[in-house]
Design a protein around this ligand. Sequence first.
Ligand code: CP
Length: 300
Amino acid sequence: MLNDFIKISTLTKNEISSLIDDANAFKSLAKNSDVKGKTACLMFFENSTRTKISFEVAAKNLDMRVINFDNATSSINKGETLKETVENLYFIGIDTVIIRTSNDTLIEDLRDNVEYPIKFINAGSGKSSHPSQALLDYFTMKEKLGDVCGKKIVIVGDIEHSRVAKSNIELLKKFGAEIVICAPEFFKPEVQLDGAVFEADLKTAIKNADVVMGLRIQRERILEAYSEEEYIKNYRLNSEILEQYAPNAILMHPGPVNRDVEITSELLDSTKGKIILEQARNGVYTRMAVLNQLLGEERL
Ligand code: CP
């Protein structure tokens, strides 16, 4: 069983594979809930549709109770710290807090400082970590490719500000994928990302790829100068370029897509673009697996 679900880097290959097995079992209705009656609290301090709602659907599918924390009306606005808030939630009966935050380290800090055994789930933190997205992406790749070992997976776009890219690289390198990251200079990661090779030219990067994953330009997180015009000219994915350089590749994107910026509408609305919706659906099963493994033991 898991102690928390905060970073891909601290999960073992066996733990990830066990989550994938459980997600498969939930998808095929072959597994029942071990966590019926447990309570999850969604604490989203940044916007979300997919992650927030699929965690809620996942919890409800497992017969859990779900509370939506409303930051605007909470006592945080009366000066209560998040640590105090989480500790009070534990005593009120919350078993897990599912947190999305712009802060890279806040969830780990809470885990290390909260004195009670409430379980922490990272639903996206800063530009460093989005472990449940990486898990659902890996689940989707396995469904489409069988295995990722030796497969060429190309991640294109705003790598520097993307937590999705970082968590995917951490996960995919554990399973032996060949990972290529491709970005303009203004979105190239400031630090080398272990396990991934950088290629600035889109056509070279995607040549014979098995997966081409676009990323959302994280407009809300970008402080430096960048050019969407230049991005569109050199990095936007379209059917023609995929057909020419990576005809067998599956197209993925965590969503939401900046339509006609990262991917053209004609590609997004084609059959190839539909896998992005399958990713969203797979988020439910993988998040069910996370909740079930994290909470499937007696409350302390
Ligand atoms: N992929 C993703 O995290 O989407 P949301 O921001 O809608 O949750």
